[in-house]
Design a protein around this ligand. Structure first.
Ligand code: NDP
Length: 385
């Protein structure tokens, strides 16, 4: 029986993963090792009562009693805090979905890889902060990282194991988020509520706002470089408001292969769950005749300066990814907290990168979790409003 765990089960991606385990038609074939969440104890307990993991973990120690009460009589062990997350990640599992949001997903992901499980990675922050460390940890354990981000799953599928030598470039698409069609002069006054709506995807609040600012796409460009070993100038972004084509691979011979699908995360999660096989998934089929047309436009870097920053991060290498992500997370906290405007986020991240690039050791890839956390902490303090 396959042993599986979901980290960040109570979130948008995690809940889709739980849904696949529940309704995938072969629920009996899974032994659920761990389900983890944060503050949503009721949801975590409800999922745990259905999937009966060995352990359910909340990241917050002060919520342990609530989780224990919610699980009473279920036979599921309750645990809480960072050490409990690490203990759960170290339990033998064949497949682990990494769906915690933010840099907090890195430590459990590294531990899950080290114990030898396949890591289905939605937590793009891990690759942005510590791509080299993640790849080395996977190689040492003889295991695999699979993409769950829809664009990277699409690239993985479109590449189909092709040798990168034949690849000219790849394109990941972006819906353009909530402010795609807003006049530029309105952006400074954008509210958190306005930034928290997405035209096509139902996602967690943070990634939804990151879609409006294009920080999400900037992270994905870096993620593509780290995941596939592409050069920065081989990764292109195309605004595609319908979110039907997720990514394309263009070969030197002029052929372009595109991956299309309804905007439903259960495809990418299910693909990673069943890889290297394919199985039927509860995902709506595409009806291109009903859609009629697909549209595209070039991204405007005045509207979305995060895309330029992503290129600068890739060129800088070393600790730039960890600094970029942490500064972005801090700026996002400050925007959500009402301390800065929507348009202040990118300049704040840029200023943090510029300041920390003068620190000793910035040019070296972080070679341990501690080193990533060092740069992460420095960047958050520097970026704080
Ligand atoms: P959500 O905010 O919906 O969920 C995040 C999950 O992480 C929840 O389970 C949350 O718990 C938990 N969590 C939050 N903070 C912590 C913490 N400090 N320690 C441990 N657990 C924590 O996020 P999404 O599901 O939208 O995104 C998850 C990841 O997947 C992100 O990296 C995102 O970029 C990526 N992704 C998301 C996509 C989407 O469609 N949503 C698509 C592709 C990638 P709780 O809610 O209980 O507090």
């Amino acid at each position: 029986m396959r042993r599986v765990s979901i980290f960040g089960a109570t979130g948008s991606v995690g809940a889709n993963g739980v849904d696949l385990l529940r309704h995938g038609g072969e629920a009996e074939a899974y032994h659920v090792v761990a389900l983890t969440g944060g503050r949503n104890i009721a949801r975590l307990a409800e999922m745990a009562r259905v999937l009966r993991p060995e352990v359910a973990v909340t990241a917050h120690p002060e919520l342990l009693d609530d989780l224990r009460s919610a699980l009473e009589g279920s036979g599921v062990q309750a645990a809480a805090g960072e050490a409990a997350l690490q203990e759960a990640a170290a339990r033998p599992a064949d497949w682990v979905l990494s769906a915690i949001v933010g840099a907090a997903g890195l430590a459990p992901g590294l531990t899950a890889l080290a114990q030898g499980g396949v890591l289905a990675l939605a937590n793009k922050e891990s690759l942005v902060c510590a791509g080299d460390l993640l790849r080395r940890t996977a190689a040492a354990a003889g295991t695999t990282i699979l993409p769950v981000d829809s664009e990277h799953s699409a690239l993985f599928q479109a590449l189909g194991g092709d040798n990168l030598d034949s690849v000219k470039d790849v394109t990941i698409t972006a819906s353009g988020g909530a402010f795609r069609d807003w006049p530029l002069e309105r952006l400074a006054a954008a509210t958190v509520a306005e930034a928290s709506t997405h035209p096509n995807w139902a996602m967690g609040q943070r990634i939804t706002i990151d879609s409006a600012s294009m920080f999400n796409k900037a992270m994905e460009v870096i993620e593509a470089k780290e995941f596939f070993g592409l050069k920065p100038d081989q990764i292109k972004v195309l605004v595609h408001p319908e979110s039907i084509i997720h990514a394309m691979v263009t070969h030197h011979d002029g052929g372009t292969l595109a991956h299309l699908g309804a905007p439903d995360m259960r495809h990418a999660i299910g693909y990673a769950l069943h890889w290297p096989q394919r199985q039927a998934l509860p995902v709506p089929a595409l009806d291109l005749a009903a859609l009629g047309s697909l549209t595209f436009r070039a991204p405007d870097e005045n509207r979305w300066p995060a895309l330029r920053l992503a290129r600068e991060v890739m060129t800088a290498g070393g600790a730039a990814g960890a600094v970029f992500n942490a500064a972005k997370e801090q700026a996002l906290d400050d925007f959500i907290g009402g301390r800065i405007r929507f348009t202040d986020m990118a300049p704040r991240v840029e200023a943090t990168l510029a300041a920390l690039s003068r620190e000793d050791g910035f040019g070296a890839d972080p070679d341990s979790l501690e080193s990533v956390l060092f740069w992460d902490g420095l960047a958050r303090r520097k970026a704080a409003a």
